[in-house]
Design a protein around this ligand. Structure first.
Ligand SMILES: [Zn+2]
Length: 64
Protein backbone atom coordinates (compact mmCIF):
# COMPACT_ATOMS: atom_id res chain seq x y z
CA UNK A 1 0.00 0.00 0.00
CA UNK A 2 1.30 3.46 -0.86
CA UNK A 3 -0.47 6.57 0.29
CA UNK A 4 0.56 10.18 -0.12
CA UNK A 5 0.90 12.29 3.00
CA UNK A 6 0.03 15.93 2.49
CA UNK A 7 1.95 18.73 4.12
CA UNK A 8 -0.87 19.32 6.58
CA UNK A 9 -0.79 15.71 7.74
CA UNK A 10 2.99 15.48 8.02
CA UNK A 11 3.46 16.56 11.62
CA UNK A 12 6.42 14.42 12.61
CA UNK A 13 9.91 13.95 11.28
CA UNK A 14 10.62 10.54 9.78
CA UNK A 15 13.71 8.92 8.38
CA UNK A 16 13.43 7.95 4.75
CA UNK A 17 14.75 4.39 4.21
CA UNK A 18 15.64 5.26 0.64
CA UNK A 19 18.30 7.84 1.43
CA UNK A 20 18.56 7.67 5.27
CA UNK A 21 17.87 11.37 5.48
CA UNK A 22 15.12 12.86 7.62
CA UNK A 23 11.79 13.97 6.22
CA UNK A 24 10.98 17.20 7.99
CA UNK A 25 7.52 17.94 9.40
CA UNK A 26 5.33 19.72 6.90
CA UNK A 27 6.97 18.08 3.89
CA UNK A 28 4.61 16.03 1.72
CA UNK A 29 5.88 12.48 1.29
CA UNK A 30 4.65 8.90 0.91
CA UNK A 31 3.76 6.38 3.57
CA UNK A 32 4.19 2.75 2.53
CA UNK A 33 3.18 -0.40 4.29
CA UNK A 34 2.35 -4.00 3.59
CA UNK A 35 -1.12 -5.41 3.76
CA UNK A 36 -0.13 -8.96 4.43
CA UNK A 37 -2.54 -11.48 5.91
CA UNK A 38 0.36 -13.46 7.35
CA UNK A 39 1.19 -10.78 9.89
CA UNK A 40 -2.16 -9.04 10.03
CA UNK A 41 -3.07 -5.43 9.49
CA UNK A 42 -1.66 -4.35 12.86
CA UNK A 43 1.84 -5.56 12.07
CA UNK A 44 1.58 -3.84 8.73
CA UNK A 45 0.75 -0.56 10.42
CA UNK A 46 3.69 -0.90 12.80
CA UNK A 47 6.01 -1.43 9.85
CA UNK A 48 4.97 1.65 7.95
CA UNK A 49 7.77 3.49 6.25
CA UNK A 50 7.90 7.09 5.21
CA UNK A 51 9.64 7.85 1.94
CA UNK A 52 10.48 10.95 0.00
CA UNK A 53 8.50 10.83 -3.20
CA UNK A 54 11.68 10.94 -5.26
CA UNK A 55 13.30 8.14 -3.28
CA UNK A 56 10.27 5.89 -3.63
CA UNK A 57 10.07 6.44 -7.37
CA UNK A 58 13.80 5.99 -7.76
CA UNK A 59 14.29 3.01 -5.47
CA UNK A 60 16.39 0.33 -7.07
CA UNK A 61 14.85 -2.63 -5.29
CA UNK A 62 11.34 -3.84 -4.70
CA UNK A 63 9.96 -2.99 -1.28
CA UNK A 64 8.94 -6.26 0.31
ZN1 LIG B 1 14.70 9.95 0.84
Amino acid sequence: MVRPVTAGNAQKAYTCPGCNHPIQPGVPHLVVWQEDAMFGAEAGMRDRRHWHENCWRGRSYRYR
